[in-house]
Design a protein around this ligand. Sequence first.
Ligand code: ZN
Length: 160
Amino acid sequence: MSMLGRDTKKCPRCEAKCLLSQLRCPECGLVFSRMENATNKAGWQRLKNKEKDAVLYVNQVPPDLKKWKLILFTVLFGLFGGGYFYVKRWQRGIFYLIGFALLTISVVLNAYLVNVWDGLLIQLFGLFVGIYGVMWILDIIFVCTGKFKIPVSLPEEEKK
Ligand SMILES: [Zn+2]
């Protein structure tokens, strides 16, 4: 069986290659049409309940989020982790806040920090800030090309 790229898609759960015509993933059994109901809100709820197995990280923007908002937050507030906070990837967002704090500290206290550990500390700060800056630029590229991972899950059904 030949699998040409244009006739295939990737399963959002297990990343197995599937034919476009397949309604469910032959590897993990995910029914693709159910993914249309998956939301970021439900994903966040599952993460809070420590049900990590029920959370999928997908590239497609779920119905409860807006792509233009994701782009806006990533571009304008990306250095503060804005895009990550928007999709509720808090841990990654906090990493960006730390990056921004280090950037601020290394600028404001530069004259003092250059003398600490023969300048090693300011170099370490600079390295971290550099990595974080590159990550932000990659985020913008990923968001614009639809490769930014968003946690989603199916809402809990009929819980009365
Ligand atoms: Zn699968």
